[in-house]
Design a protein around this ligand. Structure first.
Ligand code: ATP
Ligand code: MG
Length: 540
């Protein structure tokens, strides 16, 4: 179903369509293949693809691959996989690196128009000459070199005559401009690295600012949507397009970046976490990459719902983590099969049941969705409950199991404790209980029960490791911290032992299960055949 994007971008587009009803909306999503996509990218993907879909336009997936030092084929593949998984239809894939020849000719055009020159200042000199917000820049001594000399030098740059860092091509704009970006920005630099796509063909590579606007023009992009930090770059975007002979003139519009609490959203910083082995890789469930979220059980629907909920405005804000969590809960509530699981199990012996007794109880797979069917669970003398569902001493308001109260075992009978067995260290090792056989799924009027707890028969379990995930950072906005590594939580991944019901469908689903009273978990079979359960999100 086509969705509408509400907000200022929609108004701009509708206005443009009113002015020109022949306009075909063209947008693009331009990731640099230097890492995996994250939830911030989901916002951009959603925005660009959804707009194109709604207005019968086209959205290009463009790999913005102008820096051979960081880009890799494996990232190209991973990016495509994630967008497809999100459910977007990729009709057209392009690569900035395939425009290198044409970009080169536009640079030559600027040189010929005396609007670009080859500078031989060092990187530091260029930086120092650029000035500050309070101080005007200083012209480079190479600024007024004649056209022929510039053409010569640029051609030498192209042919690998210069080593990295010794020369660059700069636009000749205005070293006194109030916008620092307009103080003769660099358009091309020498980079001595093999490019994953163009291999060893090029010694020079265009900067983002030079390549991006021209790629947009080449592709006939009508609305080039980017995040607010490119507001200043817009002047350069327009300057370049005005001064070269392109026939399309795309417009750039900026919206607020997605920022999420307790995490970082930068491929560069995520890469540092991987290099330092703080996380296991790009798909670690504790980072908000699409692959990390998928690995943890997030669904495409939940991610779409989340970015749609957070909106598309110019208002910069840090989005609370609970908004993301509520999107996945909402989606899974109706989709997830229910099961019982016990964590840190405590054994209960029901004394008034025979050891051979084995009662089958039919229970629904989902309390409100009968089409999800039912299953049989076993009720027997030995069962497990969560250790934290029992307390030796508790007051009358306690809603789980203690001495002197009676609780219901979900879908079954009520039980009460008769005695506790402890080891030499005074730890509880098992409980002895009795059950009331007149209470099966019914509640005798004269009986008061304190609560309902879940359980599994010892005859019906698979031993499992449970992994609980919580935020990787201890502070809300680690992105603001220079030393963000100082705020890594030690509790972001906690392992616990337990059991789940044996009766799992053969194909372990990629949709998480809901373990009643515990949370949503994705179940995996590890290489060593062990079953592990990974928490997608808690119940509340
Ligand atoms: P990162 O710092 O994570 O590498 P980036 O902006 O450098 O992010 P790109 O691969 O260049 O990453 O981004 C591709 C597109 O996704 C760009 O249009 C960019 O503006 C957009 N984008 C990236 N991060 C976010 C975000 N947090 N919120 C919204 N859009 C984003
Ligand atoms: Mg980038």
């Amino acid at each position: 179903m086509k969705k509408k994007i509400h907000g200022f971008i929609e108004k701009i587009i509708e206005n443009d369509i009113k002015k020109n009803n022949q306009m075909i909306l063209r947008t693009r999503f331009p990731p640099e293949p230097n890492g995996y996509l994250h939830i911030g990218h989901v916002k951009s993907i959603y925005l660009n693809f959804t707009l194109a879909e709604y207005y019968n336009g086209l959205c290009n997936l463009r790999y913005d691959d102008t820096n051979p030092k960081k880009e890799k084929k494996k990232f190209v593949n991973a990016i495509k996989k994630d967008i497809l998984w999100m459910g977007f239809n990729i009709k057209n894939i392009t690569f900035t690196s395939e425009y290198f020849d044409i970009l080169y000719t536009y640079a030559v055009e600027l040189i010929k128009k005396k609007l670009a020159y080859v500078d031989q200042l060092t990187k530091k000199e260029i930086h120092d000459y650029r000035g500050t917000l309070k101080q005007k820049g200083i012209n480079s001594p190479y600024r007024n070199q004649n056209v022929q000399k510039n053409l010569d030098l640029f051609s030498k740059m192209k042919n690998g005559f210069f080593s990295e860092g010794t020369v660059c091509l700069r636009a000749k704009i205005n070293m006194s401009s109030s916008s620092i970006i307009m103080r003769d920005p660099v358009l091309y630099r020498v980079i001595e690295s093999k490019h994953y796509h163009t291999q060893n063909k090029w010694f020079i590579y265009p900067t983002y600012d030079f390549a991006h606007c021209i790629s947009d023009a080449i592709e006939g992009i009508t609305h080039s949507l980017c995040t607010l930090e490119f507001q200043e770059n817009k002047k350069l975007y327009e300057w370049i397009l005005t001064n070269i002979s392109v026939s399309n003139y795309p417009r750039q519009y900026e919206y607020a970046r997605l920022k999420l609490e307790f995490t970082i959203l930068s491929k560069r910083k995520l890469q540092i976490l991987i290099e330092k082995k703080i996380i296991s890789g790009w798909d670690d469930p504790r980072i908000p990459t699409i692959s990390g979220l998928r690995n943890k059980g997030y669904t495409p629907e939940s991610l779409r719902d989340f970015v749609q909920k957070t909106g598309f405005s110019k208002q910069d804000s840090l989005i609370p983590l609970h908004l993301l969590e509520s999107s996945i809960r909402k989606d899974l509530n109706m989709k997830s099969i229910r099961r019982m699981a016990v964590i840190d199990p405590l054994l209960i012996i029901i004394e008034n049941i025979d050891l051979l007794h084995c009662e089958n109880i039919t229970v629904p797979n989902h309390p409100n969705v009968p089409t999800m069917g039912s299953r049989k669970i076993i009720f027997s003398r030995e069962i497990y409950i969560n250790r934290d569902d029992f307390k030796e001493y508790a007051d009358d308001n306690y809603t789980r199991l203690t001495y002197n109260n009676e609780v219901r075992l979900r879908y079954a009978y009520t039980i009460k404790v008769t005695r506790i067995e402890k080891n030499k260290k005074n730890e509880i090792i098992k409980l002895f209980c009795i059950y009331d056989k007149n209470t099966f799924k019914t509640q005798p009027k004269n009986k008061k029960i304190s609560g309902v707890i879940h359980w599994i028969s010892k005859k019906n379990v698979i031993p499992t490791k449970f992994y609980f995930y919580s935020p990787l950072f201890t502070i809300k906005n680690p992105d603001l911290e220079k030393n963000f590594l100082n705020y890594i939580s030690k509790k972001s991944k906690i392992k616990k032992n337990g059991f789940i019901e044996k009766d799992l469908p053969n194909n372990i689903s990629c949709i998480p299960y809901q373990f009643e009273r515990i949370g949503y978990f994705i179940i995996k079979k590890e290489k060593n055949k062990l079953t592990t359960c990974h928490q997608t999100v808690s119940l509340k």
